[in-house]
Ligand binder design. Structure first.
Ligand code: HPA
Length: 236
């Protein structure tokens, strides 16, 4: 038990999916898991354990943003022995070449967050996905004929930037594909504590073209992303 999680040691599987939204965690558990059991409800930040195709797996909501995610991820790894962490989320698009509904699989994550600077002194750490998870996710996305992109994600602490799209100009010029709020901290903590992590995001709103996902497409896309992530998380 921790201040944020009343699960007991052993309540989580070694592989955990990480949506931001607690109700998405509930939906994932109730829609895809066999025998889902609620293991955490502190602050309504829901966590469940069950099986997927017979293999143990958990889902834990992280809340929005890197400070919130960092608390759950730190505790999942250090107090609950979690080894494989897959963020499943949505992101904004930073380039017209990524279409609404496409998956962005974050190979690396840039950030404006001080969380990633903590402890690195003069160095800029490069938060990086686990290569084996990344490779497996790409192979399975291809098999399922999903549209995917691999590259640099921006994990920003700010959703409503004072300068809007202008705030992202330099990152866009350096090839950043999308913007969300969690991947860089996830990758940094996985590196720090010797775990494996990957962030897969569905692009739901393009900041450049202003295209947005429809309600109907949102559900199909989330299904595709979650089943892909469950296959990857439970493969090893
Ligand atoms: N910014 C940050 N996070 C997001 C966005 C965005 O535009 N869209 C979905 N998640």
């Amino acid at each position: 038990m921790t201040p944020h999680n009343h699960a007991k040691p052993g309540d989580y599987a070694e592989a955990v999916l990480l949506p931001g939204d607690p109700l998405r965690a509930k939906w994932i558990a109730e829609t895809f898991f066999e025998n889902p059991v609620l293991v955490n409800s502190v602050r309504n930040c829901l966590g469940y354990t069950g099986t997927w195709k017979g293999k143990p797996v958990s889902v834990q909501a992280t809340g929005m943003g890197q400070p919130s995610l960092s608390i759950y991820v730190h505790e999942l790894i250090n107090f609950y022995g979690v080894k494989t962490l897959l963020r499943v989320g949505t992101c904004g698009g930073l380039t017209a070449k990524v279409k609404v509904r496409d998956l962005i699989i974050a190979q690396t994550a840039s950030t404006d967050s001080t969380i990633v600077r903590d402890g690195f002194g003069p160095y800029n750490f490069a938060p990086t996905a686990d290569f084996m998870l990344l490779r497996d996710a790409v192979a399975r996305a291809e098999e399922k004929s999903l549209r995917w992109h691999v590259g640099n994600m921006l994990s920003s602490d700010i959703f409503y930037h004072a300068d809007g799209l202008k705030s992202y100009e330099t990152l866009i010029a350096h090839g950043a594909l999308g913007v969300e709020m969690e991947a860089a901290a996830l990758y940094t903590l996985a590196a720090r504590f010797n775990a494996r992590a990957l962030a897969i995001c569905t692009m739901t709103d393009c900041l450049v073209t202003h295209d947005e996902i429809s309600a109907a497409d949102r559900q199909t896309s989330l299904n595709d992303m979650v089943t892909l992530a469950l296959d990857v998380a439970t493969a090893a």
